[in-house]
Write a protein that binds this ligand. Sequence first.
Ligand code: ADP
Ligand code: ADP
Length: 225
Amino acid sequence: MARVVLDDLMKSYGNFHAVNHVSLTVEDGEFVALVGPSGCGKTTTLNLVAGLLPITSGDITIGDQVVNDLDPKDRDIAMVFQNYALYPQKSVYKNLAFPLQMRKLPRDEIDRKVKEAARVLDMTHLLERKPRELSGGQQQRVALGRALVRDPAVFLMDEPLSNLDAKLRVQMRSELKRFHHDLQATIIYVTHDQLEAVTMADKMAVMNGGNLQQYDSPAQVFAHP
Ligand code: ADP
Ligand code: ADP
């Protein structure tokens, strides 16, 4: 686990500042929701932390490491996307094992991590299935599991529930909350859904036009909008 510090972070496209002088600290174990209207810079900010985009200026620190110039694979993070990005031909077991095989972990350690992730996410009974044999919520859990097996310091999630129907979204909200609580995970979570932010997050980072407008608990954000 680790804290994440953004210090005067900038991402510019010519004269346009998609992320404009953003500074904030996500404490170890905090669940922070990045919220704001479409185009305000949420996904760009998350992608900068992930290393999927080069920063224009400023600093990003994860744990005690300044990661500005590090490749995504060398950052102690795992991403969870809205479109799951599962391997359709592979079983759930192999979907979970794959990132660990890439890291050349011994087979018994992979097996232990996969089964532990399956236990945490209550999908031990699904390990032999293919993604198409799963519901949307189950597929999202596999995507979460694939991040979890990597045991990252920080989870980065980009609207992970937005493809689910309303009922599943409510269910997954409480599952994600439990996930955060049980693992004491540091999570940065992009959403345009205020309700998701309020029900799950310790803090809301409210962005507008690339600027960080507010950074406070949901209660404070709604008391002083
Ligand atoms: P959000 O996630 O809040 O909807 P984004 O972070 O995706 O917003 O985008 C922030 C702004 O940056 C948007 O106005 C978007 O059009 C702009 N943007 C994103 N990528 C590029 C790019 N490659 N070139 C120019 N503008 C971009
Ligand atoms: P392939 O058919 O693609 O060559 P395998 O079927 O041999 O792959 O499976 C790859 C590895 O994953 C093997 O070590 C296999 O035992 C393991 N594996 C697959 N499913 C499970 C499971 N549910 N529990 C334990 N190990 C599993």
